[in-house]
Design a protein around this ligand. Structure first.
Ligand code: NAP
Ligand code: ZN
Length: 351
């Protein structure tokens, strides 16, 4: 049966309504009626072909929360009516070293992204969460334990939450650690909340003077406007870990200079154009590292959702109707969102 979706036919075209189909529910499948879908900067990078390899028509969306509407005969963990989530992955090989370790995002055969990834179902590649319904293998469906009234604000946890939680955990964020979060957007505002909840001394770096008070309200102990060299200099050589979520290319040296000996600057932003090459001397004199991190595995995503439910953590959101999506992209491009747009999927019925 055809369902409503919203997507782009080309990089230079606005998104528009389209009809798509989902596969019949197989033995291991969970069919979900989508209630909300967060809007990630990766959606914008993909739809506007800022990264190579977008397959059109493209239906983005990988921060999905909804209700189970059917399950396959072999599915025992989920039942009809239950509230569930789907993040950036809907499949992986499940037999390589990475998958064995629960690190499906690093699957040696390539994980299957929730959109823009090749699959056998029509039309031959995945279509994401800007749609009324999705059918997903039960291994890639997450339990949601937040109260019902928070569900829209839970959606962004499925990408922005896990993409910041995973590196914060991997680099042992906790009491006694000084942790920086660079770029207070969708990912960054979750990074601030999570680093604070993990007990680290959390410093928010923003280019936007207007976000100074907000960052404190989100849980930062200190805020630094990164365009201000004197403010930056006060923190030289003092950080254990800095998580950089910025979606545009910029000078990384100003952040490696703030690391302690053996500190790490972890990049999660994937800008359209490369960053200028970092200065090697700053890294060598201090055995500092620049690293990267990709979303998080399924087990860790569940751990993050449960951690957030336990600590009362959700995203700060602005709800939109699907018809406002292009305007939302333009505002996200200008860093003008507090702090994540979430699509009310009920609005798809009206297009
Ligand atoms: P977003 O909401 O647009 O936030 C990015 C933030 O970066 C902005 O709010 C802004 O914060 C800052 N910024 C933007 N342009 C800047 C510039 N020219 N110079 C300095 N700072 C700038 O985007 P998002 O959804 O959080 O995604 C961030 C990036 O992570 C994207 O590239 C996305 O594709 C990527 N991503 C990666 C993964 C992964 O697994 N690694 C997962 C999801 C997303 P301030 O106003 O505070 O400066
Ligand atoms: Zn994302």
């Amino acid at each position: 049966m055809a369902i409503k979706a919203y997507g782009a036919f080309a990089a230079d075209k606005p998104l528009q309504a389209m009809d798509i189909t989902r596969r019949a529910v197989g033995p291991h499948d969970v069919q979900i009626e989508i209630a909300y879908c967060g809007v990630c900067h990766s959606d914008l990078h993909t739809v506007r072909s800022e990264w190579e390899g977008t397959i059109f028509p493209c239906v983005p969306g990988h921060e999905i929360v909804g209700r189970v509407s059917a399950v396959g005969g072999q599915v025992s963990r989920f039942k009809e009516g239950e509230v569930v989530g789907v993040g950036c992955m809907v499949g992986s090989c499940k037999h390589c070293h990475a998958c064995d370790e629960g690190l499906e995002q690093y699957c040696e055969h390539g994980f299957t992204g929730t959109y823009n990834a090749p699959i056998e179902d029509a039309p031959g590649y995945t279509l994401g969460g800007y749609s009324q319904r999705i059918v997903v293998n039960d291994n890639f469906v997450l339990k949601i334990r937040h109260p019902e009234e928070q569900l829209a604000a839970v959606a962004p946890l499925l990408c922005a939450g896990i993409t910041t939680y995973s590196p914060l955990r991997h680099w042992n964020t906790g009491p006694g650690k000084k942790v920086g979060i660079v770029g207070i957007g969708g990912l960054g505002h979750m990074g601030v909340k999570l680093a604070h909840a993990m007990g680290a001394h959390t410093v928010a770096f923003t280019t936007s003077e207007a976000k100074r008070q907000d960052a404190l309200d989100l849980g930062a102990d200190e805020v630094v406007v990164s365009r201000n060299p004197e403010e930056m200099a006060k923190h030289a050589g003092s950080f254990d870990f800095i998580l950089n979520t910025v979606a545009a290319s910029h000078n990384l040296d100003v952040f490696t200079a703030l690391l302690k000996r053996d500190g790490t600057l972890c990049l999660v932003g994937v800008p359209e154009h490369p960053h200028p090459a970092p200065t090697v001397g700053t890294l060598i004199f201090g055995r500092k590292a620049i690293a990267g991190s990709l979303i998080g595995g399924i087990a860790e995503t569940q751990e993050m959702l449960d951690f957030c439910a336990e600590h009362g953590i959700v995203a700060d959101i602005e709800m939109i109707d699907i018809a406002q999506i292009d305007e939302a992209y333009d505002r996200m491009q200008r860093s003008d969102v507090k702090y994540r747009f979430v699509i009310d999927s009920a609005s798809l019925a009206k297009v």
